[in-house]
Design a protein around this ligand. Structure first.
Ligand code: ASP
Ligand code: MG
Length: 445
């Protein structure tokens, strides 16, 4: 049994959906298949905007975005189904009507709850289209609502998985179907990525790009032999090609290396994806949906190639803060405990840290609301200087790397080296603003 995940780019238009069907068809005979599908193209972004309008009472904007999303999906469906009476149109009409009805009412006060209720529509309509299309192509399949498989707590927008309930739900619902003796067709299961549901039946989401995690959860619960994430790139690359023109394919890295890369901010795979696979030693492949015959990349327990190619991870919009005790005393453990407590309280993740006798320096993501709140909190006990608009460059396996071309003459504000990883904080291209601790001008909110 294998699990496939198709992201937004792989189902963004009729030709892409046809390609997905071709890939699935070519797998016939290779045993049962569970397919996880994301929202089409950039639908999730559009639904996020719709949700913001809904919450702010901008009804004109909201209905305009609603119409755009609806029209786009009907266009895709019309591109796939020549028969305008196909059942898919009725199903889509219903899903969009449900959303329309929902947003016509006044919003509740819980943003994250409303977000999950609204944004989940993207995956729901996407799987409806793909499921109907596959069926039309003779690929009999069963579509399972993810809300009944992926059982989570009610932490909307960042729902935490209940592994026990989830494993049970997946096994109870999917296993009997996979074991059915199908005539001809391989058993084919479809479900939505990214979505979950509480035991009470409320829809939740797992965090942006969470579909990879959904695939890993299913692979874990069903003891899959492998999972394949289909992407518009040839596999795992050693850098973002939008930033570095000359990238290399990482043909094989270990689970540990993948976790490290995700930790430092590589966005190839959702960070939560690897752990469940590692614990059952299920290999994860990343393959191109343009070239399905190419091997792509594999993440498994083989670490022998991890050091062969350096990987680059760039994080922009970083804040570099230096924190000083107000009495110029040393930065000792109690002071650090105080600082960490402030970061933990405000939910700010530290990307890099370093201390000297009288100061503690930290690099973290800039956030419109969290950063000013954190700085205010820190300033109660410390003097704080900070720079915004910083860039954090991480290089894994940096031994033979020339950093000059990365730094490009910019001042290195902080540098840290371990045996495997080099990290540099440099000024981002634009002008830098230095805020003294007493200055009135806080970070842009
Ligand atoms: N559609 C969701 C997103 O764009 C989930 C995913 O694609 O993994 O974040
Ligand atoms: Mg996506």
């Amino acid at each position: 049994m294998r699990v496939f995940k198709f992201g937004g780019a792989s189902v963004k238009d009729p030709a892409s959906v046809q390609n997905v069907a071709r890939i699935i068809r070519n797998q016939c005979g290779n045993g049962p298949l569970v397919v996880v599908i994301s929202a089409m193209g950039k639908t999730t972004n559009a639904l996020e905007k719709l949700c913001a309008c809904f919450m702010e009472g901008q009804r004109d904007g909201m209905f305009r975005i609603f119409e755009e999303i609806k029209v786009r999906h009907f266009d895709i469906a019309r591109g796939l189904f020549s028969d305008t009476d196909d059942a898919v149109f009725k199903v889509l009409e219903q899903s969009f009507y449900q959303l329309f009805y929902y947003i016509s009412e006044a919003p509740g006060s819980n943003y994250d709850y409303e977000y999950d209720r609204i944004v989940s529509t993207g995956e729901i309509v996407s799987t409806q289209i793909v499921s109907h299309y596959l069926r039309k192509q003779g690929l009999v399949n069963r579509l399972y609502p993810a809300q009944k498989l992926i059982i989570t707590d009610a932490h909307f927008r960042d729902a935490q998985l209940d592994w026990i309930l989830t494993e049970r739900a997946i096994k109870e619902q999917i296993l009997p179907f996979l074991q059915e003796k199908n005539s001809g067709n391989l058993p084919l299961v479809l479900t939505q990525g990214f979505l979950g549901g509480t035991p009470q039946g409320f829809t939740t989401t797992l965090g942006r790009e969470g579909s990879d995690f959904t695939a890993a959860i299913l692979a874990y619960a069903l003891n899959a032999t492998e999972i394949v994430i289909w992407k518009d790139v040839p596999g795992l690359l050693n850098a973002d090609p939008k930033i570095i023109p000359q990238t290399h394919l990482l043909k094989n890295i270990s689970y540990q290396e993948a976790i490290e890369l995700a930790y430092y901010g590589a966005t190839v795979i959702h960070p939560k994806t690897i752990k469940p696979l590692l614990s059952k030693n299920i290999p994860l492949k990343v393959k191109s949906f343009f070239y399905p015959g190419e091997p792509g990349s594999v993440i498994n327990d083989n670490a022998s190639h991890d050091k062969e190619i350096p990987s680059y991870i760039f994080k922009f919009n970083q804040v570099l803060a230096s924190i000083f005790p107000k009495d110029f005393s040393f930065i000792a453990e109690q002071k650090m405990a105080r600082i960490f407590a402030d970061f933990a309280k405000l939910g700010v993740k530290i990307n890099l840290m370093q201390n000297s006798a009288i100061s503690f320096s930290v690099c973290f993501d800039r956030d419109k609301t969290k950063t000013p709140a954190l700085l205010r909190q820190l300033k109660k006990n410390f003097n704080v200087k900070y720079n915004e608009d910083m860039e954090l460059i991480t290089i894994r396996h940096y031994e033979n790397v020339s950093i000059d071309s990365l730094v490009r003459g910019r001042e290195v504000m902080m540098e840290q080296k371990s045996r495997t990883t080099l990290q540099l904080v440099v000024k981002q291209a634009e002008a830098l603003v230095m805020h003294a601790q007493d200055s009135e001008s806080g970070p842009s909110a």
